[in-house]
Design a protein. Structure first.
Length: 240
């Protein structure tokens, strides 16, 4: 992975719907960071690199079957024209699951180039020639890669220095320590007969920290056995 240089973290998105960007990334923390130059976003219209009068980016699949496949020659030209830095990410259900370690890895680099597929997908030869990293945001199907790109970029951008005001809050979020996050409470202290746990009112920081860790462990054990097993294995290894 390339090291992050001085200057903004760069996202280059190749899509047939560039008007979908920045979308929600232009709002809230990500939007403020975009306006302040902490990161940059370039949405490239793939159709601008088509060579026929219909601006075609897809064609029928060899071997038959339903749907259309995005052409390697058009995508190759678009990648050359778009430029950008960092790994080429192709968002697809068959890819590596997007997780917090991968998000941190991408945030530490100079940026990413994101290829948003449509139709039945992208010609395999393009993915191999360009050494694309295939990434999935979950085991479900979307109409295209754009919504997935928005999710991935939001997760990455919020880790960039200067985006989140209280950077230390990132250390206690879900997945940062292999656990889901503990519950949160605020005013009023009593609401609809439900009280805030007494330990959170004690002012005893060590007890609060221990309570939060126990809560995170219990929630993870009940809701995500897969994460719990990995957490236990990592804990046993560190204590061994």
């Amino acid at each position: 992975m390339e090291q992050r240089p001085d200057g903004p973290w760069r996202a280059t998105v190749l899509t047939i719907f560039p008007e979908m960007f920045p979308g929600p990334l232009g709002l809230s923390l990500a939007g403020r960071g975009l306006a302040e130059g902490i990161w940059s976003l370039d949405a490239v219209d793939i159709r601008g690199y088509a060579t026929d009068r219909h601006r075609s980016v897809d064609d029928s699949p060899f071997g038959g079957g339903a749907g259309m496949v995005m052409r390697p020659d058009v995508l190759d030209a678009a990648l050359d024209g778009a430029g950008g830095v960092g790994p080429l990410i192709y968002l697809t259900p068959r890819g590596r699951r997007l997780d917090q370690p991968l998000v941190r890895e991408l945030a530490a680099g100079p940026g990413v180039r994101v290829l948003c597929g449509r139709f039945e997908g992208v010609d395999q030869r393009l993915l191999e020639a360009r050494e694309a990293v295939e990434v999935s945001i979950g085991d479900f199907i979307l109409s295209g890669g754009e919504p997935a790109a928005l999710v991935m970029l939001d997760a990455v951008v919020r880790l960039l220095p200067g985006i989140v005001g209280a950077a230390e809050s990132l250390d206690e979020e879900s997945f940062e320590w292999g656990l889901l996050e503990y519950p949160h409470y605020t005013r009023p202290q009593l609401w609809q007969g439900r009280a805030v746990p007494e330990v959170l009112l004690s002012g005893h920081h060590e007890k609060i920290r221990a309570w939060r860790r126990r809560q995170a462990e219990e929630i993870t054990r009940r809701r995500r056995p897969d994460l719990w097993d990995r957490y236990q294995a990592a804990t046993d290894l560190s204590e061994g």
